[in-house]
Design a protein around this ligand. Structure first.
Ligand SMILES: C[S@@+](CC[C@H](N)C(=O)[O-])C[C@H]1O[C@@H](n2cnc3c(N)ncnc32)[C@H](O)[C@@H]1O
Length: 318
């Protein structure tokens, strides 16, 4: 088994090689979102099993007027990991006096879908798309604010759950540091519940989530010239009770070889060995409030779903 790398590999090739060399073997979940991955994620949000998307849509629609009225004004909404932002639209439309909007997303396809989904949203004075990671994207939006404008960061859906608890706390501190007094943060979290309901949400009957997961390998083949057989890996969703998180894995079916020539890396996975591709940490409503408070935010309000436990928490940056 060769598990070494040459000096020539690109940063991504090196990052992927380092992840595959680690134990457990891991790939960064942001790589799930190429153009196919973003389209597949949109399809996931329509699946009957994926209750979080339904819960979020319902919560945001139901409380749009209250959320809109509670945001600081004049408002520039910066949505991190915006995806299509379809479910954000009712809240945006309810902001009194209108708003400017910036979508920040690592996926150019997500930004394109977002532009279409938010076209002609009532009150939208300007739309901007920034293809970037969360904090650099926010920094760019913050640098361009005009005097007197208030920034509200939207970070919705289960995206915060994709970060480890430490990384989530660090990201909220980073958001706080880039905001000014009078700004705000609207944070979505998927709340803890019976894992028996969570498992199908990450392993649906139509196999869309499986395709979303396996597409990561197809992407590595296309973009990095990685050598492997994506069909040799099975999608697996697991509940990790100790860490209170869902995990997605790609499990080798039979012995599987992977090579990343650009990083001089190769490895073999034994039958049943897996690559961890995504975490979705679950929170309690109280933990969510605490997470924002320890980053320096003040809790303004929290709205919670009943049928599928999810929360939208509004924080002020004082
Ligand atoms: C789970 S999806 C959520 C999309 C949308 N907010 C929703 O709730 O339906 C995560 C989104 O964040 C984007 N994303 C993932 N990692 C990112 C990163 N490090 N920086 C910026 N965007 C990222 C993905 O491209 C994707 O659109």
């Amino acid at each position: 088994m060769i598990e070494a790398a040459s000096a020539e590999g690109t940063a991504l090739a090196w990052e992927v090689a380092a992840g595959l060399n680690a134990r457990p073997r891991v790939l960064p979940c942001r790589l799930l979102y190429d153009s196919v991955g973003s389209a597949l994620f949109e399809a996931i949000t329509l699946l009957p099993e994926y209750g979080l998307a339904r819960a979020d849509r319902k919560l945001l629609r139901q409380h749009a007027a209250a959320i809109g009225a509670a945001l600081p004004r004049p408002s520039v909404v910066v949505e991190l990991g915006a995806g299509s932002a379809r479910k954000t639209r009712p809240v945006l439309a309810a902001i009194p006096g209108g708003f400017a909007y910036t979508a920040v997303d690592i996926s150019p396809e997500a930004v394109r879908i977002c532009r279409r989904a938010l076209a002609e949203t009532p009150g939208m004075a300007a739309w901007r798309g920034v293809v970037a990671e969360f904090l650099p994207g926010l920094e760019q939006a913050a640098a361009e604010r005009r005097p007197g404008q208030r920034l509200t960061v939207f970070f919705l859906g289960g995206t915060i759950g994709n970060l480890s608890r430490d990384a989530a706390a660090g990201l909220l501190r980073g958001i706080h540091a880039r905001l000014a007094p009078g700004d705000a943060l609207l944070l979505g979290t998927d709340l803890e519940q019976n894992p028996a309901r969570l498992l199908p949400a990450y392993d649906d009957a139509a196999g869309v989530t499986a395709a979303f997961n396996r597409n990561l390998l197809v992407r590595l083949r296309r973009e990095l010239g990685a050598q492997m057989d994506p069909a040799g890996f099975a999608h697996e969703a697991r509940w990790n009770a100790a860490e209170r998180r869902m995990e997605m894995h790609l499990r080798a079916v039979g012995e599987q070889a992977i090579a990343i020539p650009e990083a001089g890396f190769a490895c073999r996975l034994a039958d049943g060995e897996s690559i961890w591709t995504e975490a979705s940490y679950k929170y309690t409503a109280q933990e969510t409030r605490h997470l924002g408070a320890t980053a320096g935010f003040e809790v303004v309000a929290q709205w919670r779903g009943e049928e599928w436990p999810a929360a939208e928490t509004l924080f002020a940056r004082n």
